[in-house]
Design a protein around this ligand. Structure first.
Ligand SMILES: [Zn+2]
Length: 122
């Protein structure tokens, strides 16, 4: 995923905005897959970057934010909409997790279950 030259948009409709896309919409534009149908964009994201919707529970990266995200896609729109991170900042974060996820493949259980248990069961 990468940033775009267009102004950054915010809010749920920005994923399909051709002129002011959010980080997710911008990423889709960069691969020519942005759709005018809002939900179709989430499918395109899952197809293009399968790791982005692997279930995981983690705390938001921003200090003093109590948001817990359930997958990378959820955190991308949270960072975009709630914290107004730039697409470059978000792309840097994505790059940091993308390589981990690609190395792990569709890793299923292991560490994820441990994280879930830590978050849900305490
Ligand atoms: Zn947050």
């Amino acid at each position: 995923m990468n940033g775009m030259m267009r102004p950054q948009g915010f809010g749920s409709l920005s994923i399909m905005s051709p002129t002011e896309p959010c980080a997710l919409g911008g990423a889709l534009q960069s691969i020519g897959k942005q759709s005018t149908h809002r939900i179709a964009n989430y499918i395109e994201i899952a197809v293009a970057w399968p790791w982005s919707n692997h279930p995981i529970l983690k705390d938001c990266l921003v200090a003093d934010c109590d948001y817990i995200y359930a997958d990378a896609t959820t955190n991308i729109f949270h960072l975009n909409d709630a914290h107004h991170w730039t697409r470059e900042q978000i792309a840097d974060w994505v790059a940091s997790i993308e390589s981990q996820e690609e190395q792990a493949g569709i890793s299923g259980k292991g560490p994820r279950v441990a994280v879930l248990e830590e978050k849900v069961c305490r």
